[in-house]
Design a binder for this molecule. Structure first.
Ligand SMILES: Nc1nc2c(ncn2[C@@H]2O[C@H](COP(=O)(O)OP(=O)(O)OP(=O)(O)O)[C@@H](O)[C@H]2O)c(=O)[nH]1
Ligand SMILES: [Mg+2]
Length: 222
């Protein structure tokens, strides 16, 4: 749930990268961090991880000012994908304004993807999010690996769903920005309805997306 502080003229928005263990959620944030403006980067803070495994979450904060002076802060989180960390996933998902579901394209990971997607729907309900209205983008990552589901198979399987679908190889950055931009577009519609971004703050959808995608980020892993 976005947080609008009228006195401080600040809007805080929470975006969450969700998905099965090792699908590439943290790598998405790392590549976004690389792609966004280097001169505005803050410290990279890494707390507890175990090998590639996120134990709590990663955080990449972005910020920019609307023409009205409103400070828009975007907080990008990753959840830990390992099944055991469900409590943390729920906490991170709580009050999310939008979600990227990062699936693993490898054929061995079909069941894990499905379970993680169900877990997202279940946890959304548990934390009071309306899953049917939640801005969501779906990314199939690791396209560079052998033994992956074909694009046709993936598109066929997801054809009845309303969410935009992206193929990515987060390791080398392919598809990372496109996925993020699609989520921003979906989130903008809700924010504009709630806070009249276009009429009261001079921020239409293209300007919002441009500003957010160019904002100088800082990444913190916890
Ligand atoms: N080949 C390939 N490897 C990838 C890609 N994206 C991520 N990886 C690798 O997959 C491993 C797991 O990536 P992470 O980003 O840590 O995965 P995660 O989803 O954050 O995992 P958890 O924190 O355990 O939930 C790492 O070794 C990454 O380098 C990709 O597009 N291609
Ligand atoms: Mg991770």
């Amino acid at each position: 749930m976005s947080d609008f502080d009228e006195t401080a003229r600040r809007l805080t928005v929470k975006l969450v990268y969700y998905g099965p263990a090792l699908s590439g959620k943290t790598t998405n944030l790392m590549r976004l961090h690389d792609l966004l403006q280097p001169e505005a980067r803050g410290e990279l803070m890494t707390l507890e991880t175990q090998g590639d495994r996120t134990l709590f979450f990663d955080l990449l904060p972005l910020g920019f000012r609307a023409p009205s002076g409103l400070l828009v802060k975007l907080k990008l989180f990753t959840v830990p994908g390992q099944v055991a960390h469900d409590g943390t996933r729920k906490a991170v998902l709580s009050r999310a304004d939008g979600v990227v579901f990062v699936a693993d394209s490898q054929r061995t990971q079909g069941v894990n993807n499905a379970e993680a997607f169900q877990n997202l729907a279940d946890n959304a309900a548990r934390v009071g999010l309306d899953f049917d209205r939640l801005p969501l983008a779906v990314q199939f990552n690791k396209r560079d690996l052998p033994e992956i589901y074909s694009e046709a198979e993936i598109r066929e399987r997801w054809s009845a769903t309303p969410w935009p679908l992206f193929l990515a190889s987060a390791l080398n950055g392919d598809g990372v920005r496109e996925t993020f931009l699609a989520l921003l577009a979906r989130v903008y519609a809700d924010l504009d309805r709630l806070y009249a971004l276009r009429t009261d703050h001079g921020l239409d959808e293209p300007a919002f997306i441009r500003a957010a995608a160019d904002a100088g980020p800082r990444r913190q892993a916890c």
